[in-house]
Design a protein around this ligand. Structure first.
Ligand SMILES: Cc1ncc(C[n+]2csc(CCOP(=O)(O)OP(=O)(O)O)c2C)c(N)n1
Ligand SMILES: [Mg+2]
Length: 903
């Protein structure tokens, strides 16, 4: 082999013999690319026939997917766009810098946006449509954009230039609690409800939600609820962010469901917070392989146009070879160190390359652009992406973190950079031609040219042609009439002695709601492969499972009444085993009232154990996005869910639910309780317009459902009502029960009366969390108005006149009833000043066993409630201690058993 052959072979072009074959291939391709594809396909088949195992590579050479010859000319005014972009860069940086000078430590980011600016600006000038026009001329929602959260300063800076935000906004970036309007740190619809749509800042949440948003858009289209448009969902993703399982974990759905309405743009600045994303490898190669393998259309935008002449001269492949020798760590060092270093260490490795750049100054070498900073390359990539049919597209764009920030560029610490020096500011102004005097530069004063300046007119014209400003969030009041309580009368009346579970009851309510003539079509049942666990078969038969391709096979159970029915316009989102994906669907549906102007009513039913604790951060973003809907936590309760054991038995989801400010949670025992809550939820969220969502637990224990007692509805919603007063005599004890454990408490009431002649009232507590919310709000008012008459909390009002200790039992941890302890203090001098509340609950890891054993183990069965009552009465001196002790033995309570909280 000659030296040249060796070099060619090393660069991947193989031996001289093979080179001849390659040449022949080139000739075939010269006759049309399709011939090349045909030849390769033929060779692949031949290879298989001859037993040759074909080497399989998912990544291509380290250069742009689109060749310069294939590029279309740029449609915009490059000079204008460059000026606009420079101004946005300046204002974004000035805002963060200024705020950190004023208030050190307030934070913000300048390096992420600096790398993203061109990727966003090409979109703003040529692609992001704020609206579409319907077939009848009506205005339809535009594209959806999921912004990289840390690039928010750039999004604000553009809105400032557009005149949507003023100087006060910029001065109050990250100062949201002042008398002037403020700007939230990141995309938070909760804080800026007419600006941001999609929370993204928790890494991985944006891309995951974007995928399911794209799918939900198709779902609405296929069900005929929205018109088909060329609408796109753009997700801007950090390259470091792709390490989050949420980012890449659902990409196969994109190709499987042919989501060509989805475009990912991965901002490959090769850095994350601490340092390089893949110092020893190349993140772009890795992502190309992952996305290609998942069936996506991959477009690499690695090198800028100023590399094109060098590539053109690179007839022997030295340049590409050198590029492919570099790992991302090298590429960062080159950018950080600049031209002379690049000449010596990059080009200097081979004489051929040094020769290639002999006419280039060091400055020219410093400024050789990466593709993500070149509008022509980015434009062409986006154009292909929006036109690509059949599968989603990912644009892998190489950029520079801290681009233009002089000393901060491509440094490991650049992510956390918040301020520039005076010299840095002056250099920035010079570098980007910002027309402000040096003094203003040093003060980092925001700058907005006159409205009638050519660049401002250009910018406004581009946006007006694309339908308006973005992001904008709107939430028109849509006519919505919630069904009244009478619509649920079947469940108010009780089950007539038939034993059913609240889960079964819920399914029957769901079926009823799906049939509602007005709102039935807006109901979206969502389930992560647990439909059969919840008895969803009848619903599957009724409304079908959404399957964009319909049912291309004959299901084996076709002859059966409840066969597995998939339909192109099916209504159920059967997600497969992905709680995160299901939550993302729930999010897309829960915000449809704003994004699509259609109030969809999602019901996401799942194992309650795999809810908040597994996908809590997604729920947090859901709440931030002002989403609505019902989370239905099935197989709830640590002792009601039997058999499955430790990892399945939920005894704490209500505590977790209480940490979400807009989550309204209930633990209903009976169907009428659930019906009252569902009716109120639909009314409150969709007719009244409250931005909240509901969490209801459902049990799988069968028992007869009673009819609703007269007048119970208010208490059910507030969280407590008396369900059964003592059969005779005035009660000296109060028993609280919730969910399936209410039945144990009712049994305890009977044992107490029959065996120990103690009269107890029983209360159904449907929501400790709502009672606490009301109580702390009332208490706050009292605290802030000491001169006014003290208001009573609802829990105190409800219990007024109710005597004696309170024994509370639920299938949840003791901390749940304990949230009411501050309002259940004793005023009886005889009881030693103890809190009236005695809490029984299911602290500790679950176990596999039947309910009787589980409830005995966790001490929440009727006997334990009776025992706790007697024990407490003994402590209060109302009965003898010895009598209580004997009773415990009589009740079969093992007083020396290991504490279940630690067992
Ligand atoms: C779930 C989560 N974990 C950690 C962080 C903290 N964090 C903020 S930005 C960042 C680095 C982001 O790197 P990359 O995705 O490459 O974006 P870039 O800023 O480089 O564009 C990290 C770790 C976060 N926001 N969310
Ligand atoms: Mg990065």
């Amino acid at each position: 082999m000659t030296m040249k052959d060796e070099a060619v072979a090393a660069s991947g072009d193989f031996s001289a013999e093979v080179a001849e074959w390659v040449e022949a291939f080139d000739q075939v391709v010269a006759g049309g690319k399709e011939h090349g594809v045909e030849l390769l396909e033929a060779l692949r088949l031949r290879g298989r026939e001859t037993g040759v195992v074909i080497p399989y590579r998912l990544s291509t050479r380290f250069r742009n997917t689109i060749t310069p010859e294939e590029e279309l000319p740029y449609p915009g005014n490059r000079e204008m766009e460059q000026r606009i972009k420079a101004l946005i860069r300046w204002n974004a940086m000035a805002m963060v810098h200024g705020q950190n000078k004023k208030d050190p430590g307030i934070g913000g980011h300048i390096s992420t946006y600096s790398s993203l600016a061109t990727l966003l600006e090409v979109g703003y000038s040529h692609f992001f449509r704020a609206k579409y026009t319907g077939a009848d001329g009506s205005e339809l929602p535009g594209d959806f954009i999921y912004f990289q959260g840390h690039a928010s300063p750039g999004v604000y800076a553009r809105a400032y230039l557009e005149g949507r935000l003023n100087d006060d906004h910029l001065k109050n970036f990250r100062h949201e609690l002042r008398d002037k309007p403020g700007l939230s740190s990141y995309p938070h619809p909760w804080l800026m409800p007419d600006f941001w749509n999609f929370p993204t800042v928790s890494m991985g949440i944006g891309p995951l939600n974007a995928i399911y948003q794209a799918r939900f858009m198709r779902y609405l289209e296929n069900r005929g609820l929205i018109e088909k448009t060329p609408r796109k969902i753009w997700a801007f993703v950090g390259d470091g962010e792709t390490d989050e399982v949420e980012t890449l974990g659902a990409i196969s759905l994109g190709a499987r469901e042919k989501l060509d309405n989805l475009i990912f743009v991965v901002n490959c600045n090769l850095q994350r917070l601490d340092g390089p994303v893949r110092g020893n490898k190349r993140i772009i190669d890795e992502l190309e392989g992952v996305f290609t393998g998942a069936g996506w259309n991959v477009i690499k935008v690695i090198w800028g146009s100023d590399w094109d002449p060098l590539f053109a001269r690179d007839t022997n492949g030295w340049l590409l070879r050198r590029m492919e020798e570099c790992v991302d760590g090298d590429l960062q060092t080159y950018k950080a160190k600049g031209g002379a270093y690049i000449r010596q260490h990059f080009f200097g490795k081979y004489p051929e390359l040094l020769e290639m750049v002999k006419d280039y100054s060091d400055e020219q070498l410093t400024n050789l652009h990466r593709g993500g900073h070149d509008p022509i390359k980015v434009y062409n990539a986006y154009k292909r992406a929006v036109e690509h049919k059949g599968v989603p597209t990912v644009v892998l764009a190489m950029t520079v973190k801290g681009y233009g920030l002089a000393s901060a560029q491509s440094r490991n610490a650049t992510h956390s950079e918040k301020k520039l020096t005076d010299e840095g500011l002056a250099a920035f102004v010079k570098r980007f031609n910002i027309p402000i005097p040096e003094e203003s530069a040093k003060l980092a004063t925001p700058y907005r040219p006159a409205q009638d300046s050519p660049e401002m007119l250009y910018m406004q014209q581009r946006r007006s042609e694309l339908g308006g400003y973005m992001p904008t969030r709107s939430f028109p009041t849509v006519e919505f009439k919630a069904p009244g309580l009478d619509y649920f009368s079947e469940w108010m009346a009780g089950s007539g002695g038939r034993a059913v579970s609240t889960t079964m009851g819920y399914i029957s309510i769901l079926r009823h709601l799906l049939k509602h003539p007005a709102i039935g079509k807006q109901v979206v049942p969502i389930v992560p492969d647990e439909g059969r666990t919840f008895g969803l078969e009848s619903v599957i038969r009724q409304v079908g499972i959404y399957a964009p391709e319909g049912q291309r096979y004959t299901p084996h159970d076709k002859e059966m009444l409840l066969f597995y029915r998939e339909e192109q316009d099916g209504q159920i989102l059967e997600e497969g085993i992905t709680e995160a994906g299901s939550m993302a669907s729930f999010t897309a549906a829960g915000q449809a009232y704003s994004t699509y102007k259609i109030p969809m009513i999602p019901f996401y039913m799942y194992y309650s154990m795999f809810g908040f604790q597994r996908i809590g951060d997604l729920v947090w973003a859901f709440a931030d996005a002002r989403c609505k809907g019902f989370l239905m936590g099935g197989t709830a309760g640590r002792t009601t869910m039997l058999g499955e054991g430790l990892q399945h038995q939920d005894g704490h989801s209500h505590l977790l639910a209480s940490t979400f400010p807009t989550c309204v949670s209930y633990d209903p025992a009976y169907m009428y309780e659930m019906a009252v809550v569902l009716q109120d939820g639909i009314h409150r969220m969709y007719e009244k317009g409250d931005d909240c969502f509901y969490y209801l637990t459902m049990y799988n224990e069968d028992y007869p459902m009673p009819a609703m007692p007269e007048g119970a509805a208010e208490g059910i919603l507030k969280g407590i009502y008396k369900i059964r007063a003592a059969a005779s005599g005035e009660a000296t004890v109060q028993l609280f029960g919730s969910g399936a454990i209410l039945n144990e408490v009712l049994r305890a009431q009977e044992i107490l009366a029959e065996k120990y002649q103690i009269a107890a009232d029983v209360w159904s507590v449907t929501s400790y969390t709502e009672l606490r919310r009301e109580a702390i709000a009332t208490e706050r008012w009292n605290r802030l108005h000491p001169a006014e008459a003290e208001k009573k909390t609802y829990i105190e009002t409800a219990l007024s006149g109710a005597k004696g200790p309170i024994i509370a039992a639920s299938d949840y941890m003791k901390s749940l009833p304990d949230v009411l302890a501050p309002w259940l203090q004793s005023n009886d001098p005889n009881d030693g000043g103890r809190c009236r509340l005695v809490t029984l609950g299911t602290d500790g890891f679950g176990r596999s066993d039947n309910r009787a054993h589980l409830r005995r183990h966790f001490e929440v069965n009727a006997e334990s409630v009776v025992g706790a009552t007697l024990s407490r009465l003994a402590r209060e001196g109302k009965i003898k201690g010895k009598k209580a002790q004997a009773a415990l033995a009589d009740l079969g309570i093992d007083t020396e058993a290991k504490d279940p909280a630690r067992a």
